[in-house]
Design a protein around this ligand. Structure first.
Ligand SMILES: [Fe+2]
Length: 364
């Protein structure tokens, strides 16, 4: 049995409980202001010998297959607090009494924010150090990437010729005026990509790029990654940025088959292949300083980078393995091989505030 609590936003909490499958959320709770929560009032208490408490930015349905597999193998049960944001504030307010053992995040900046807030303990795992390349984990051992995703350019197969765009820098060129669609710049995926440009080219050049990119937009920034695919399919624009797994999710979407058409209208462009490589982002994990079960938490994170768990990342969400020697799943591999920008994720995180200021100034 897995207990799940979902915080819809920082001010509201929905208590939910599931049996085995987190997807089937049965809401039994009431809305409570999170500020009134003591650590125990949230429903999660200190984990017992065969339990682990997870605080997660990762969506419950993407987490469930991992927890089910680990529980089947080890007998360890999980209690999960899921929140789209605000975990740092929650952990800080819970302080030393926090029941959290493990934190799982999406995006480079969020795991770095937890580390900068001194909420994470060193994992002390030679296994993780061996398996995960150094640029995908913290130098002080407080967090590691658990999977990677490429943020690629997608372009209309019919309206943008092959090889017309090779570098992400090209998106700022005036020849693409009125051809781009975009999610808001302040979304973590775009902000991390811009942060990588800040690191590679400096703040002034990154801002110049963002100005050119915004000037090329066919419409004001809006919607999620899939909305950009929909717009390209509809002919509203021709080019956008997208995380690779959305391409997989759309191309195989039997529930909403119109999304297959959106994916089919796109060409994936892995950018900067002749220079530094394609920008990637991560999902990550770490152990909380306050955890009373650090050994069990470390074992779980070590299992998350195992070949078995890495296959689940590919199967459920079309993500790439953290271990570059491991082949991606056949459906992911079919998009083509690419060279990765091995820029240190910690440097991307450090440049995130600068990237946000550029986003504010350029109106991305
Ligand atoms: Fe996403």
């Amino acid at each position: 049995m897995t207990y799940v609590e979902t915080i819809q936003n920082f001010n509201l909490m929905i208590k939910a409980k599931t049996i085995a499958v987190i997807k089937a959320l049965v809401i039994i709770g009431v809305l409570l202001p999170v500020s009134t929560l003591s650590p125990l009032a949230g429903g999660i208490t200190q984990a017992s010998a065969q339990e682990l408490n997870i605080y997660s930015y990762r969506k419950p349905n993407l987490l469930a297959p991992f927890l089910d597999a680990y529980q089947a193998e080890t007998g360890v049960e999980f209690n999960v607090v899921h929140a789209p944001k605000g975990l740092v504030q929650r952990l800080k307010s819970e302080g030393a009494g926090s029941p959290a053992d493990v934190v799982l995040t999406v995006d480079a900046s969020r795991i770095a924010e937890l580390a900068a807030s001194e909420l994470l303990a060193p994992m002390n795992s030679p296994l993780i150090d061996n398996k995960v390349p150094a640029y995908l984990r913290a130098k002080d051992g407080t967090w590691t990437a658990l999977s990677t995703r490429a943020r690629v350019i997608v372009a209309s197969k019919t309206r943008v010729s092959e090889d017309a765009i090779k570098r992400v820098e090209d998106l700022a060129k005036p020849e693409w005026k009125g051809r781009l669609c975009s999610r808001k710049g302040s979304h973590v995926y775009n902000r991390a990509l811009l942060a990588s440009l800040v690191v590679h080219h400096g703040e002034a050049a990154a801002e110049q790029w963002a100005e050119g990119y915004v000037a090329n937009l066919a419409r004001r920034p809006q919607g999620n990654d899939r909305a950009q695919a929909k717009a390209i399919h509809a002919g509203e624009c021709d080019i956008a940025l997208m995380n690779t797994y959305y391409f997989g999710k759309m191309a195989n979407n039997d529930k909403n088959p119109e999304q297959k058409d959106w994916a089919n209208s796109l060409r994936i462009v892995f950018f900067n292949q002749e220079d530094r490589g394609q920008h990637i982002n991560i999902t990550g994990g770490g152990i909380l300083k306050t955890s009373k079960r650090k050994d069990a938490a470390r074992k779980f994170l070590e299992w998350m980078v195992s070949d078995q768990a890495q296959k689940i990342y590919a199967e459920i969400n079309y993500e790439y393995p953290v271990d570059s020697t491991q082949a991606p799943s056949p459906s992911v591999a079919a998009w083509g091989e690419f060279k990765t920008d091995a820029l240190d994720i910690e440097k991307i995180s450090a440049a995130t505030p600068t990237a946000q200021m550029i986003i504010d100034r350029t109106g991305w």
